[in-house]
Design a protein around this ligand. Structure first.
Ligand SMILES: NC(=O)c1ccc[n+]([C@@H]2O[C@H](COP(=O)([O-])OP(=O)(O)OC[C@H]3O[C@@H](n4cnc5c(N)ncnc54)[C@H](O)[C@@H]3O)[C@@H](O)[C@H]2O)c1
Ligand SMILES: O=C(O)CC[C@@H](O)C(=O)O
Length: 410
């Protein structure tokens, strides 16, 4: 039997955008959530605001921009599922301040991206993008000039996290020498070596591959100066985020021949759907291998992501557990058989906790279990009580100053 929540499950509205995998819909259905609107595209802000004002959960990929303005109109929203790794498309500060939990799938497409990077390393070192284009145009570029083996070349990885370190292992298996730059000291895998400055890495690597998140500190981290610092004839790979590379400067470096090639999967501006035109200064540059943000788009990854994120949303809805949330204090909760569970999300300011406890002491409500976790913005308190008291407690808790969201699970 599926547990009852504060709303009947068929009243809990879920909006899934950007064609998330069917596995998400199936998983939600298996947990009793069938009130799902499924769209293949992202939505422009005005349409998003209209739709989000009425839903309890939303699932997106990388294109949907959940700005503060959008989130402020999401009065009923309980949680956001990012069916991907990156969460830069969500204003996380706003989501946190509004008490909306955000989940993602931090590892489900790691391998897919790493495999693509290895393929691109080999293809760009051999000059395949230009040769392929020539063949399609009736040309025949049979030549060894500018074509190299990966073996023995130096791969410079920027951002040695889940993807960067996976690329490192695969590249070493090809016989490449791996160096990496990361703002955090990382345990190097295999024979990889951490380099202390970006500048030094750029001066040494034959192939540079970017695997950093989109952050203020990574915006345009590959600008004209950094691109000029790369070795003549080097190759730049970017499957991280489009804002990390100055795309105009890259186009110039490819046209001038300073860089021998590039493989770019992510762009500062990406079409909203497959029906929209892709516009980029890299179009028409034959030694640039361009892909439509499909680093993580494999059947395996998408199916796993669908299950993982939908499971996190359903679990948070049913039980209150926030394990691996991107922005919420993490609480792994047991079941609450025989009790009603109150979930209280509040601003982490002095006085809220004592006000919560006062509700129970003043009204003589026995607490059978209580869980508390905070981060610097939020406090998350979970209280299990006898069924007969949950309505009264919910009403009182909702009125405590500092309360952001409050719900009950029956
Ligand atoms: N193209 C795609 O389809 C695709 C798929 C998955 C992920 N991504 C992108 O790849 C990014 C990386 O994914 P991940 O799972 O490896 O993330 P991760 O968090 O595991 O690793 C990121 C690494 O970058 C480092 N870093 C942060 N700022 C840095 C800086 N200024 N200089 C150097 N290093 C810095 C971090 O310390 C961390 O080690 C994601 O954030 C996402 O934007 C793209
Ligand atoms: O599927 C997507 O749209 C995004 C994929 C990738 O960039 C990620 O962050 O996981």
């Amino acid at each position: 039997m599926t547990p009852q929540t504060s709303l009947q499950k068929d009243k809990i509205r879920i909006l899934l955008l950007e064609g998330v995998h069917q596995s998400a819909v199936d998983l939600l259905a298996s947990r009793g959530y069938t009130n799902v609107e499924y769209l293949k595209t992202s939505l422009p802000e005005d349409q998003l605001i209209e739709k989000i004002s009425n839903v309890h959960f939303i699932g997106i990929r990388s294109r949907t921009q959940l700005t503060r303005k959008v989130l402020e109109s999401a009065r009923k929203l309980v949680a956001i599922g990012c069916f991907c790794i990156g969460t830069n498309q969500v204003d996380l500060k706003a989501a946190t301040e509004l008490g909306i939990a955000v989940f993602n799938a931090p590892y489900s497409n790691t391998r897919s991206v790493a495999e693509l990077i290895i393929a691109e390393t080999i293809l760009t070192l051999r000059g395949i993008p230009a040769k392929n284009t020539a063949c399609h145009r009736g040309g025949w570029m049979k030549s060894a000039a500018g074509a190299f083996e990966a073996r023995g070349k130096t791969l410079g990885i920027i951002g040695y996290g889940a993807i960067g370190s996976q690329v490192s292992v695969l590249a070493e298996a090809l016989g490449m020498r791996v160096i990496f730059y990361d703002v955090v000291t990382k345990l190097p895998l295999g024979n990889a070596v951490q380099i202390s400055s970006l500048d030094e890495l750029l001066g040494e690597a034959d192939v540079v591959s970017l695997h950093v998140p989109e952050l203020p500190s990574t915006k345009m981290m590959m600008g004209p100066k950094q691109i000029a610092r790369m070795k003549p004839g080097a190759i730049l790979l970017n499957a991280s985020r489009g804002t990390v590379v100055d795309i105009e400067a890259l186009a110039e470096a490819l046209k001038s021949g300073h860089l021998a090639g590039a493989a770019i999967d992510v762009f500062p501006v990406e079409p909203r759907s497959n029906d929209d035109e892709f516009v980029s200064p890299l179009r028409g540059i034959d030694n640039a291998l361009l892909t439509p943000h499909i680093g993580g788009s494999t059947m395996e990854a998408q199916e796993n992501i669908g299950i993982e994120v939908a499971e996190k949303l359903a679990y948070y809805s049913d039980n209150g557990t926030t394990t691996s949330s991107v922005n919420f204090p993490e609480v792994a909760l047991p079941g609450h058989v025989g009790a009603h569970r109150l979930l209280h999300i509040h601003r982490n300011v002095p006085g809220v906790l004592s006000a919560i406890n006062q509700v129970f002491s003043e009204n003589n409500i026995n607490i059978s279990a209580q869980f508390l976790q905070t981060n610097e913005t939020l406090g998350y308190v979970v209280i299990d009580v006898d069924a007969e008291y949950s309505d009264l407690a919910l009403e009182k808790l909702k009125n405590i100053p500092g309360t952001l969201r409050c719900r009950v699970l029956f």
